[in-house]
Design a protein around this ligand. Structure first.
Ligand code: G6P
Length: 366
């Protein structure tokens, strides 16, 4: 099948817009009509697992960092996450009763594959979350969880990231269910929230004009800082990665609480600071970091929901409003502004969005 841009200016724009559809597709593959989470064969029993090791590169690594919060908070499984290039040479001990999970869009990333081979025979189970089912990583796994995102052409990963997150959350929920960490009612609520997600992602895509405006400002910057706490910390990392990949603007992400341990020294009126902060349990903590930035004339772009923006939006330089959503699902929703801010900034700068310089879609050499 020939893949075209379907009327979009870039593959990246097309793939961002496809997300409601592909997330729905992924959900359809993992949730049965009677509301059960169904995994492919041979399945896995999480009562036999005391520890999970997750390994990946690039955007897939940030999907792992996000999923760590879900596996730990919802399923109460301790999780270790590492980039494949470090993991493979560190010779980490692999404890008994542990599973290793590899996340890769292409299924061919050399370092991720090498990390998988290191774990083979040591971990009880090798799982992979991949987009290309006939890939090397899939072939060498005990249990393969496809993300069903369809072909991704843009070098900067977008729809694969949100589909990876969707599948990882379902896996964390299944783990919680196996381990008796979630009751039937709470699980049903999570699944019903997930079923609403494609529509909410569509609504978020509608905030395009606000993101476009903010991107014009970002395109004038030399450095941009991204801040977030909890589930928004990996998202801040992904937002910074997207921005540097396609706009070539130096961008860094910090856990908001680490601001005072270094990056605050960089803040002045020339440094835009993107703050990812839905009105969740950590909101007030993040707001106090945001105020520290503003006190030093940093220009805050606040990405939050209506409640958060109503409370603190007037202090910000610009705001981007996301729909309200259960806090568990915020990383999937807030991926949209992370992607679109980078996209519009790159378009404003006139860079080659789909083929950024020096980058490859799949890194099959070390
Ligand atoms: C490259 C791509 C990234 C991707 C990373 C991992 O750097 O440019 O978009 O996140 O590889 O690729 P994988 O196929 O393993 O997910």
């Amino acid at each position: 099948t020939r893949i075209d841009k379907a009327g979009h200016k870039h593959f990246m724009a097309k793939e961002i817009a496809e997300q409601p559809g592909v997330i729905a597709q992924a959900l359809g593959h993992y949730i049965s009509s009677d509301g059960q989470i169904i995994l492919p064969k041979p399945d896995i029993d999480f009562t036999a697992i005391d520890r999970l090791t997750m390994v990946a590169c690039g955007t897939a690594y940030y999907a792992c960092l996000t999923a760590k919060y879900w596996f730990e908070q919802i399923a109460r499984i301790p999780v270790e996450v590492d980039v494949a290039s470090e993991f493979r040479y560190r010779e980490p001990p692999i404890p008994a009763r542990s599973a290793a999970l590899f996340v890769s869009q292409s299924g061919e990333t050399a370092d991720t594959l090498a990390a998988l081979r290191y774990c083979a025979g040591k971990s009880d189970t090798i799982l992979s979350v991949i987009n290309v089912p006939e890939s090397s990583i899939a072939r060498e796994s005990d249990l393969v969880l496809p993300i069903h995102a369809g072909v991704e052409v843009g070098v900067a990963s977008t729809k694969a990231f949100t589909c990876q997150l969707t599948v990882l959350l379902l896996l964390a929920l299944r783990a919680a269910q196996d381990r008796g960490e979630v009751d039937a009612k709470t699980l049903a609520r999570h699944l019903s929230d997930l079923r609403d997600l494609p529509n909410i992602v569509s609504t978020a895509l509608g905030a395009n004009a606000e993101m476009h405006q903010a991107a014009i400002k970002l395109s004038e910057a030399r450095d941009v800082l991204f801040l977030g706490r909890g589930l928004m910390y990996p998202l801040a990392l992904e937002g910074a990665l997207k921005l540097k990949e396609i706009s070539y603007i130096h961008a860094e992400a910090y856990a908001a609480g680490e601001l005072k341990h270094g990056p605050i020294a960089l803040i002045d009126k020339h440094v835009p600071v993107v703050v990812m902060a839905p009105r969740d349990a950590l909101f007030e903590k993040t707001v106090s970091n945001m105020q520290e930035v503003m006190a030093r004339k940093g220009r805050v772009i606040l990405v939050s929901d209506a409640t958060g923006i109503e409370e603190f939006g007037q202090e910000a330089f610009a705001t981007i409003e996301m729909p309200q959503i259960s806090s568990v699902l915020t990383p999937i929703l807030y991926a949209i502004p992370a992607q679109l801010l980078a996209y519009h900034t790159a378009v404003a700068k006139g860079t080659d969005v789909d083929q950024p310089r020096n980058l490859a879609k799949s890194v099959t050499v070390e």
